[in-house]
Design a protein. Sequence first.
Length: 95
Amino acid sequence: MLVVELKRAFRETFGLSLRVYKGRHLAEEGAPLSAFRKGATPGGKLKISASMRVDQAEQAFLDHFGLTVQVADAEDKKLSPNERTLGEVARGEHK
């Protein structure tokens, strides 16, 4: 899977943007996710739900795939508050 495919799937599911990083820099859209994995990770399917807090979802990507990500608003302008759930952020309840 490519970075752009992961971001598209996340947006379609939650209506939010997902920023994927390689080190301190944003990952290139066309890069395969496997290029950014750190160490041994379980891989496979990852279940993220709207009831998860933003920080839990970001940690799940790191634990499961070794990917550093941050959740941002739909316009990808502002990072989402860690203490809110994905559903709350998607509904605009974080303002």
